[in-house]
Design a binder for this molecule. Structure first.
Ligand code: DGD
Ligand code: CLA
Ligand code: CLA
Ligand code: PID
Ligand code: PID
Ligand code: PID
Ligand code: PID
Ligand code: PID
Length: 312
């Protein structure tokens, strides 16, 4: 397709730049400017809306392209192969073309809003400047091809199941865990801190398992889960906590999503994450909430998971 061909040209223009970026740099975990959690949540909400509007099949293919690209990483900077670089760009270009332009620009504008204007120039200072300019020129030509192939209206909203066992179980889970949810400091910057002692390549391996799980999920249920999050963001209070009803809808949507993939795929995520998150992290989280609330939530979760497991 046209976007695939354009991605090869983009690769010619941008792969030198890609090789110069130190993808293992911990700086990419930091907020791109002043830490402003509520504004950042707004930007993430725009991404969720864009994801929910995208063609689920193209999203799946983009996740698969990333998984493949992780497999061809080489060298100290963590760069993927030229072929996989092109394939990721093509896949993302197709995702962008599957949503209306305004949804894409809403992401750009909201991310711009939380990005210090000095950030792009600093990024450029870490690589060979002319290669960055060449890459950006390539991006400008690529985006015209994407725009030419872009839809003008969003895909249909998800079909949301109702009256299922997971929905019923989600009510019990949410009743049991909402007090715990209210104890959590959702606006803390602690969630942007590096995991103690873990390198980027080790963390990326665990993230790869989530990408694999995402690629296997039912596309309609993924879209429904994204829509539920978007709605939940709309009902947060000043501390970032969503309403009880929206929290329940998120749990139901995520339970159904988990049930749409094999158990071993879920356990691969759990085991890989357990391998990089040590007990100092979980103990620290536990120390910040009411222990009884956390225990009640955990009990609710372990009951819920049996219902999910039974429909898996
Ligand atoms: C950049 C953008 C990259 C900066 C990276 C910051 C993004 C951080 C994302 C953090 C998200 C947090 C949530 C993540 C989740 C965490 C959960 C815990 O360098 C601009 C200005 C605005 C920059 C900020 C906006 C970036 C938006 C990027 C899209 C968002 C993607 C979402 C990412 C999130 C994660 C994804 C999963 O646009 O951008 C560089 C540009 O900066 C440079 O400015 C441009 C002008 O816009 C353009 O008009 C033009 O002037 C151009 O062109 C210069 O500069 C000139 C000529 O006109 C061209 O013809 C050509 O010759 C060129 O020069 C060659 O040099
Ligand atoms: Mg990403 C984008 C890393 C998995 C879907 N992703 C980005 C970039 C960053 C990144 C490079 C955001 C920061 C930025 O804009 O820098 N993703 C990244 C990693 C992983 C990952 C490390 C780990 C596996 N992504 C992943 C998965 C999905 C996505 C699984 C779902 C399928 N990702 C996704 C989307 C988008 C990203 C939809 C974006 O739109 C965003 C992005 O790239 O926006 C431009 C700048 C970007 C780069 C350095 C990448 C190359 C960009 C072009 C081709 C050349 C460079 C031009 C110029 C020098 C700088 C860009 C200017 C900008 C205004 C266009
Ligand atoms: Mg999430 C999970 C935040 C958008 C899909 N997501 C998580 C949690 C974290 C979170 C609370 C990961 C950390 C963790 O496990 O803590 N998501 C979060 C935010 C946003 C967002 C802030 C922003 C809008 N997500 C989002 C979107 C999607 C997803 C758009 C795609 C539709 N998210 C998604 C999935 C999963 C998450 C599929 C998970 O599996 C993971 C998770 O919750 O795993 C348990 C612990 C979790 C909580 C504090 C909240 C849940 C409470 C449960 C139900 C009861 C508590 C049990 C116990 C006390 C603690 C957990 C023990 C553990 C062993 C299970
Ligand atoms: C400017 C000035 C003009 C010239 C110009 C110009 C530049 C405009 C630009 C630009 C626009 C632009 C847009 C970009 C948009 C990037 C969007 C990224 C979206 C990320 C998402 C993340 C996610 C997911 C995902 C799916 C999940 C939801 C999420 C489901 C169902 C200024 C050059 C024209 C770069 C969507 C993918 C996993 C949230 O106009 O003179 O330069 O860049 O998890 O969905 O689960
Ligand atoms: C524009 C203007 C509107 C019209 C429009 C428009 C277009 C927007 C577009 C577009 C946005 C867009 C985004 C794209 C982003 C591509 C990002 C590619 C990232 C590739 C990576 C590869 C890799 C790896 C990997 C992880 C490793 C690092 C690497 C570590 C730690 C402008 C059409 C709406 C194409 C990250 C995955 C293995 C490098 O808005 O008017 O057209 O395209 O090895 O991580 O090692
Ligand atoms: C300038 C002027 C214009 C011309 C121009 C220009 C240059 C702009 C530039 C540039 C922008 C730019 C951006 C770059 C962005 C790279 C983003 C990389 C993201 C990598 C990640 C990696 C990671 C991980 C991971 C998980 C870990 C955390 C991490 C935990 C818990 C100035 C040329 C346009 C290079 C996210 C995945 C392992 C961080 O605009 O006239 O030149 O470059 O380790 O999670 O640890
Ligand atoms: C233990 C001991 C036994 C008792 C037991 C026990 C506990 C097991 C447990 C547990 C397992 C478990 C699993 C959990 C899994 C969470 C998985 C989360 C996945 C997140 C994803 C994120 C993403 C996306 C997304 C889609 C994108 C890709 C991504 C596309 C196409 C130990 C109790 C049985 C909690 C997939 C969603 C946006 C990456 O066994 O005696 O306690 O918890 O962006 O994909 O866009
Ligand atoms: C298990 C054992 C196997 C069988 C199995 C199994 C089950 C795994 C499961 C499962 C995993 C799972 C995960 C669930 C996670 C739910 C997470 C809910 C999160 C809700 C949030 C709500 C909110 C917001 C929001 C953003 C705000 C904060 C809030 C800010 C900054 C165990 C079946 C495979 C259900 C985050 C979105 C508005 C709070 O593996 O043998 O069954 O379920 O307001 O952010 O303000």
């Amino acid at each position: 397709d046209e976007i695939g061909d354009a991605a090869k040209k983009l690769g010619d223009a941008s792969y030198s730049f890609a090789k110069e970026v130190d993808w293992n740099n911990g700086i990419f975990l930091q907020a791109p400017g002043k830490f402003q959690p509520l504004k950042a949540l707004k930007a993430i909400d725009k991404m969720i809306e864009m994801g929910a509007a995208a063609d689920p099949k193209l999203l799946k293919e983009a996740a698969e392209a990333h998984h493949k690209a992780i497999g061809s990483i080489s060298g100290p900077n963590g760069v993927t192969s030229r072929a996989d670089w092109d394939a990721v760009n093509a896949a993302l270009g197709r995702v962008v073309a599957s949503v209306p332009k305004a949804k894409v620009m809403a992401v750009y504008d909201s991310v711009k809003d939380i990005t210090d204007p000095k950030v792009p120039a600093y990024m450029k200072s870490l690589v060979n400047g002319p290669d960055a300019e060449k890459a950006y020129q390539g991006f400008l030509e690529f985006k015209d091809v994407v725009a030419k192939n872009q839809v003008t209206s969003a895909s249909a909203p998800a079909v949301v199941p109702s009256g299922d066992k997971i929905g019923v179980a989600a009510k019990a889970l949410s009743d049991a865990s909402y007090p715990f949810i209210k104890d959590i400091d959702w606006l803390s910057d602690i969630y942007l801190k590096p995991l103690p002692g873990k390198t980027a390549p080790a963390t990326l391996k665990a993230i790869d398992k989530m990408i694999v799980m995402g690629a296997k999920m039912d596309g309609n249920l993924l879209k429904a889960a994204a829509e539920a999050h978007h709605k939940a963001i709309g009902s947060i209070d000043a501390k970032g906590v969503t309403s009880a009803a929206d929290y329940e809808a998120v749990n139901a949507a995520l339970g159904r999503l988990v049930a749409s993939v094999p158990k071993s795929t879920v356990m691969d995520v759990y085991n890989s994450m357990a391998g990089i998150v040590d007990s100092t992290v979980t103990n620290n989280m536990f120390s910040k909430v009411n222990p009884l609330d956390a225990m009640a939530a955990a009990k609710g979760f372990y009951t819920f998971k049996d219902v999910v497991g039974a429909s898996q």
